[in-house]
Design a protein around this ligand. Sequence first.
Ligand SMILES: [Zn+2]
Length: 318
Amino acid sequence: MEKYSRQIILKEIGTEGQKKLQEAIVAIVGVGALGTVAAELLARAGVGKLLLIDRDVVEESNLPRQILFIENDLGRSKAVAGKEKLEKINSSISVEAAAIHLHPKNIDLLNASNLILDCTDNLQTRFLLNDYCGKNQKPWIYAAAIRTQGYVFPILPGKPCLRCFMKQETGETCDTVGVLNTITASIASLQTTLALKMILGEEVKPQLYQYDIWNQEFKTLVVKTNPACPTCQGNYERLYQEQEIRSIQFCSTGRYQIMGKPQNLGAVQQRWEKIGVVRRENGLLQFRNLLLFEDGRAVIKADSEQEAWASYSKWIGN
Ligand SMILES: [Zn+2]
């Protein structure tokens, strides 16, 4: 308890509150600029169990913001590398890693969590979380940051949800805009503070917080339940969508993700080693321009979707 003495002394937390933190299970979806900060703060605060979910690997351009990673982590799964760092930071909590692409068929993985933090960078996953949490009456916290500003919105059972005010995704555009590391750290801090309050049973208002750190502007916006919102009407359509999309472009890195059948990585490794150098680590193979995950996903560096598919067919098969 000496470790947490500065928290226990706070009237907002206390001994009882610290116990609640130790008993909590929090899922962090997306271990990037927001997720690494939120996960580290929760781990250091003594939140008992964390689940890290991320489909991607560490890239050089992540390092200015994604504080759990170091240069030696380049090419490693963010979920796995993040778990490793958190375990070194606080060995008295438990951390699980899932290097997966979250979709309707595997989202039940979140069932054990009391609270979910949205630290993703895409609306597709956010709308899936919105429907999953709506259906299962689970609280979650939306967060996003771009350029020098960001947003946080706690979504509570029976209260306004993300789709009440956010429009459908209009197909991904791949404009790369910049983002400042101080805004991602600040937004993740606000998101984590709300998470701590929710774990402690404090009242949290379902409002949209907006912060521009460059201009020091903080705003609170009221969100109302939209009568036309499908999720609030009990229509959880995103949970029943068939996984028809077989390839996605990761806008942040320009790589393509192709969903394939689960693979026996040992067998694939043997095949590839006859041709070149293969790197293997925790459910992930790296070979040439290609990363292959156990669940059959491949993340491929290519100039077009067609070229990505060609690499997939050549090295993995159809
Ligand atoms: Zn709604």
